[in-house]
Design a protein around this ligand. Sequence first.
Ligand SMILES: [Zn+2]
Length: 423
Amino acid sequence: MRRRLIYYAILLTPLLLLVLAETNPSDVTPINWDLYHSSDDLMEQINSLVHRHPDKLSIEMIKSGNKGYNAEVNVVTYCRGGRDSDDRSNFRILLTFGQHGRELITSELAFRILSILSEEQFLPKKNGAALNSTLDKLVIKMVPIENQNGRKRVESGDLCERRNGRGVDLNRNWGVDWGKKEKDYDPSEENPGTGPFSEPETQIMRKLAISFDPHIWINVHSGMEALFMPYDHKNITPEGLPSQKMRTLLEKLNKFHCHNRCMIGNGGGSVGYLAHGTATDYIYDVVKAPMAFTFEIYGDDQTSPRDCFKMFNPVDLPNFKRVLNDWSAAFFTLFQLGPLHLDGNSSKAADKWVSIDEYLDGYLVERKNRYGKNMEVIDVGMQEIKTYFRLFLLSSVLLMFMFCSRIAKSKYSRNPIPVSVMP
Ligand SMILES: [Zn+2]
């Protein structure tokens, strides 16, 4: 009997040690409050930033609730130059951060972007004049913390929580392909709610998206480094030119700001699993934003999946700074390039605001996309086409000048009309 006990003890000890190691909280990284704001502090900072810059920023709080559950979403609007932010001719960009509670870094990025927009902080290596002329045409609406209730749970120690205050994943609660479950469905991660738009936060965001009708939508997350376009619920990207425009833009951002590390493609295909009822699919398919993206700005795939703060957020100062610097620069590049990549009805606000060179660049990018195989030919011919276009303009002006001077001459050669009979 005794021998058997010793035998079991020897057998079970490693197992016990393993269980203890798994449950030992000391291997889970706590939130680094030296780097991160609490959600209350962050909203307070953003509120005072807005009040310091009433010429550029404004803020509104939208509330909603059902079945005893209430949520509020703060929306910051950036619009400068005394324009009416509701004017439909503006180029409109809608950004949301902190849709998942545990992804604290995304809301820090929101604050950084707002600080740069209000000119309290600056981007290194950016052409200020070019940036200013871009920003004069935009209206940007930002939701710094979409999921405030879920975020509160994370702050009180539930570091792996991504869902809202009553356990629903806000990025599975939208109306496109809602409720479909994959084989590896885990309700502690992806609970889609009791129906599409059952959650107050999603209702508020849908209302905001429909009323603002953005040209560009970006849902900012963390957990990996990726630039995603539709679709999340099927393993294809939309067909045709709009899709190619989105991809071209993402490729540029990847090259300039992600050191080509970011995964690019449709959310559903690239991550290896499909996601149903996501915000980006709804805003692309139903709200009809010409460009709809999900950006994933940071991820530590070397860490244990239980160590959520470390997996989803940079934990040391150099990485924290790098992520905010790289991604705020990426957003300002997008503010510049986004309008140039859209044309026709969707670029109504972009009319008359690019130089001929910029226009030709944009035009040729589109040609490249449409005729993928002719890419090299057009690339080589770009300079020549620009030169021909300039020559064409110059000769047109000369012709006009000659024509006008001829008319003037023939006029003067006729007998002048007496001044008195002129009306
Ligand atoms: Zn997320």
